[in-house]
Design a protein around this ligand. Structure first.
Ligand SMILES: Nc1nc2c(ncn2[C@@H]2O[C@H](COP(=O)(O)OP(=O)(O)OP(=O)(O)O)[C@@H](O)[C@H]2O)c(=O)[nH]1
Ligand SMILES: [Mg+2]
Length: 206
């Protein structure tokens, strides 16, 4: 398997707090090259595990050509990271591989998952449909985060994106920059808020 990367994030080597009470498994999914690995790397407080492989000419015709010219590696298994949202709540993050040939791994990754983030690149919105479909199939709650790339000149409003993805009104939809820690953290907070909201609704209807 490929090289486990990479540069240490600033807050690495942070031990798990003694006060941590609950750990939630969260999965980051979405199409090829939307920034899943970038998101897990930017928010993780431990050295993230990444299973990146370099894309070579041998993969031409099999691997998708990246829209982002800076991208020359692809996830072949999954990313793993950890973030403490507060004193008691820890999220364990799993970034899924985006290429179609690895999608068979997704259903296994979803096992035991409390919630998911679907990352969207507006230049290739249709790449998100499979992720949304699988999450709905597994009844896994999710939020959708739009990772705005520099080449995204045709500015789509969140409402336009909601319509294009046929997202029901109750699914949170937000903008983010996967490269920015605080932005990635906001996405995760939106997901946890959504999970709390759903849990409260279930209690009320029980
Ligand atoms: N301009 C810009 N580049 C970004 C952004 N997010 C990620 N990138 C870059 O886009 C490329 C793709 O990021 P990855 O994190 O590898 O994407 P991925 O979804 O994990 O890709 P796969 O695992 O191969 O599906 C990398 O070169 C990132 O540096 C962003 O918000 N803006
Ligand atoms: Mg990746």
């Amino acid at each position: 398997m490929g090289s486990a990367t990479s540069e240490l994030p600033p807050a690495s080597r942070t031990p798990l707090r003694d006060t941590a009470e609950s750990g939630l498994k969260i999965v980051v999914v979405g199409g090829f090259g939307v920034g899943k690995t970038t998101l897990v790397r930017s928010v993780s407080e431990i050295r993230p595990l990444n299973t990146e492989e370099v894309m070579t000419e041998a993969g031409e015709g099999v691997d998708r050509i990246p829209v982002s010219s800076a991208k020359n590696t692809t996830t072949v298994a999954f990313d793993f990271g950890r973030i403490s949202l507060n004193e008691r709540l820890v999220l364990y993050l799993f970034g899924a591989p985006g290429q179609k040939r690895f999608w068979f791994l997704w259903d296994r990754l979803f096992s035991g998952t409390l919630g998911a983030v679907v990352l969207v690149d507006t230049r290739r919105m249709e790449d998100s449909w499979y992720a949304i479909d699988r999450l709905e199939h597994h009844k896994t709650p999710f939020v959708v985060a739009v990772n705005r790339f520099d080449g995204d000149h045709a500015y789509h409003s969140l409402e336009e994106i909601r319509t294009a993805l046929a997202l029901p009104a109750h699914v949170p939809l937000i903008d983010c920059d996967a490269r920015v820690r605080s932005s990635g953290k906001d996405v995760l907070i939106a997901l946890v808020d959504h999970l709390h909201h759903l849990a409260r609704e279930r209690e009320l209807t029980a």
